[in-house]
Design a binder for this molecule. Sequence first.
Ligand code: ADE
Length: 220
Amino acid sequence: MKISILTLFPKMFENFLSESIIKRAIEKGLVQFEIIDIRTFSKLNNNQVDDTPYGGGAGMVMMVEPVVDAINSVKTSESKVFLMSPSGKTFKQSMAFSFSKEKHLILICGHYEGIDERIKYYIDGEVSIGDYVLTGGELAAMVVSDAVTRLVEGVIKKASYEEESFTNNLLDYPTYTKPPIYDNHAVPEVLLSGHHENIRIWRVEEQIKKTREQRPDLLE
Ligand code: ADE
């Protein structure tokens, strides 16, 4: 799959793309990233891409034309275009799964006080990563790209995400590694027992317990 990210701050993605699982997924050819600098599509002096809002108000608004030109420079019949915005639909694991089946995602990072509303005629939807306002959509695009990339076939083992948080509306079970006792805190005995069925049952019980404590909304 390919992910194209349209941004005014392309350098923000350099470290993101050059570490860990994302880096390996790119090297293996499982995902392809393309970072597009929206500013290069400005037709104005000083590469201007924003202006004051009609009707007055604080801040600057990104102009629609350079953003649409940037979309059109990468868009094909297989592309899905999403604007990162706090007003979007909340990003969930289920959305990450459906995005991971797409051939080409185009993620637009908004800045300033947002993008001219007429961008809505050129996108497939808006995505928010949570109920808070970031200085721009870049971190949101990284969050979405990261969650999607690890679900692309071959990037990580299927078993790593089949049982994890949210896949079945339950939080993950607790995990432990060596040493067996740290500062008087022992690893639960069942995990040292080698009894696979008991371990499986214990893990499901812990998932339910943890979900009830931390995220009762998921059980409704
Ligand atoms: N841009 C600013 N805040 C955002 C959020 N919460 N989600 C997505 N994009 C954003």
